[in-house]
Each structure stands twice: as structure tokens, then as C-alpha cells.
Design a protein. Structure first.
Length: 304
């Protein structure tokens, strides 16, 4: 933290947190736009594969260590984590294909709250009163969102819950993935970028095997121009990696890590705003209240 004064530290934390929030929010918006045109498996394969390039460039520019001693157990762990990450992303993308961005994004982001429970059960971490409050807010927020259908408007009710099963499966998979990934990275924090690169390679490899076994094409087939499709895919990959780099930069360079965590945890805020403005998604009051509760609960948990 060298020559940074307190004010600069806070500015760095805010910049890093907002960077993560905005970039992840934009990535989700772009995914929502393209999964209606391109198969979700193809979107996942190419965004993960393309994302390897800026991550590798980051390693070269920052001169972070490009070598790390991996035991066979670490490689197996990375492979297993890759399977859970792949499944979580696939179901998230499928949920975005079927449902509203402004509903699905906050629901799936709530996985970070459930990791608190898993961490308590697996790693013996205690749950404080504030964490309990955050968990309760997320839980009741989810109920408010998924039970918002009005009985007298059956068509609206169906629209509100569209994509819900896939979103809940994504929450389950990512809830199981994150605490183990976080523990895995924390043991090699100076090599976080290399580990993230390894995870990307594993996910891309899993999807490559999927395409080989199903004999499906890996190239996007869409009514939009080829240039537009590739532009969307590249943008998603850059936004996603950019968010990771921004947040990790904030964690490493400033002492105000809670500010970074809380702001980046609100990544659904840009998604909801973009969904309402550009996708013309309509929300009823109970859903709005539920979304606020979910995001507020996640932010509260991130800041503890």
C-alpha cells in the first residue's frame, strides 16, 4: 500500500468495486442479448476461450508469476471446480435465455449468500448476527420474487417465473463451487490470475469435449451478422475478465476491501437497470422489493 494515503485508498476501493459491479452487470446484459440468438453452450465456450487471451496478456504485462507447483490433488481439485463452474454458467445462461434479466440476475447472484451456509458447515466458519440478517434478507427476497405472480393474471404469472428452475440449479451449483474455489485461491493468492486462467482452460476443455461428443458445431449460427455475434462474444469475455481484474486489484492494493466487496456484490444493479430500460422488462412492486432485498442482503454479506 506504499505511498497511498487514506483518501486515495478509499478512491481505489470505490473504483475497483464499481469496476466489478459495472463490468459484471454489462456482461450479464450482453449474455441476455445474445443467448436468444446463439446456443448457450456456444456462448459459454467462446466467452471462456476468448477470455483466456486478455487474462494471459494481464499476466505478461504485470509480470505476475507464470509458474506454480501443482500437485496431482490440486489438478483434480481444479478439474472438479471446473465442472461445477461450467454447470453453474450453463444453467445461468439457460435461465437468461428463458427469463427476464432483471429477475434472473439477482436470483443467481444470491448464490454468494448460500456459500456462507456452506462455509459454516464445511469450513466451520461462524455466522454472525449481521450475516444472519443478510441471509434472511436474501431468502425472503427470493420468495418475494418467485411468488410474485398474481392469480388473476395467469399469463403474467407464467412470465414472472420463466427460467426459475434453471436459475435455482445455477444457484445450487455456484453455491457449492464458490467456497471451495475461494479456499483454493486463498492458499495461492499471489497466483490468482494463473489459477483463474487454469479454470478458464478447464471450462473451455469441458465444453470442447461436449461439442465433440454431441457433434454439434462450435460456431455461432444466428440471424444477426457474423461480425455482430463475434463482437458480442468478445465483449462478454472482456467485461467478465475486466471485472475479475478490477476487483482483485482493489483487494490487493487497498485496505478497504469491504468497500470493494460490497460494491462489486451489487453487480445485479446495472443488470436490472439495463433490463428495464433497454429490454423493456416490467416488474411489479413485490418483485422490486424482492430484488432490493436480495441485492441488499448480498451486499451486507460481502461487507462483513
Amino acid at each position: 500500500m506504499g505511498g497511498y494515503n487514506i483518501d486515495t485508498n478509499i478512491l481505489v476501493a470505490i473504483t475497483a468495486g464499481l469496476g466489478g459491479m459495472v463490468l459484471w452487470g454489462l456482461a450479464d446484459f450482453f449474455v441476455k442479448k445474445i443467448v436468444s440468438e446463439v446456443n448457450d453452450a456456444i456462448v459459454l465456450f467462446w466467452t471462456q476461450t476468448i477470455g483466456i487471451i486478455p487474462l494471459f496478456l494481464y499476466l505478461l504485462i504485470t509480470r505476475d508469476s507464470l509458474t506454480i507447483q501443482f500437485s496431482s490433488q490440486s489438478l483434480i481439485t481444479l478439474l472438479i471446480l471446473g465442472f461445477f463452474d461450467t454447470g453453474g454458467y450453463l444453467f445461468f445462461y439457460k435461465a437468461l435465455e428463458k427469463g427476464k434479466l432483471s429477475i434472473i440476475s439477482p436470483l443467481v447472484v444470491s448464490y454468494s449468500a448460500f456459500t456462507v451456509l456452506i462455509s459454516a458447515l464445511v469450513f466451520g466458519e461462524s455466522i454472525s448476527l449481521l450475516q444472519g440478517t443478510g441471509l434472511a434478507a436474501v431468502f425472503f427476497g427470493i420468495l418475494a420474487v418467485i411468488l410474485s405472480g398474481e392469480p388473476e393474471k395467469q399469463t403474467a404469472k407464467k412470465m414472472y417465473v420463466r427460467g426459475l428452475p434453471q436459475a435455482l440449479i445455477a444457484v445450487l451449483l455456484l453455491s457449492l463451487w464458490f467456497p471451495f474455489w475461494d479456499n483454493f485461491v486463498s492458499q495461492n493468492i499471489n497466483h490468482w490470475a494463473l489459477l483463474l486462467l487454469g479454470l478458464r482452460v478447464v471450462v473451455s476443455f469441458i465444453m470442447w469435449i461436449y461439442f465433440l461428443t454431441t457433434r454439434n458445431s462450435i460456431f455461432p449460427k444466428t440471424k444477426m451478422s457474423s461480425l455482430s455475434a463475434w463482437g458480442w462474444l468478445i465483449a462478454i469475455a472482456i467485461f467478465d475478465i475486466g471485472a475479475y481484474i478490477a476487483v482483485t486489484w482493489g483487494f490487493r492494493i487497498t485496505a478497504y476491501t469491504s468497500i470493494v466487496a460490497m460494491l462489486s456484490a451489487a453487480m445485479s444493479v446495472p443488470s436490472v437497470i439495463l433490463g428495464v430500460i433497454f429490454l423493456h422488462e416490467k416488474l411489479i412492486r413485490r418483485q422490486i422489493a424482492g430484488i432490493i432485498m436480495i441485492i441488499g442482503g448480498v451486499v451486507l454479506l460481502a461487507g462483513i
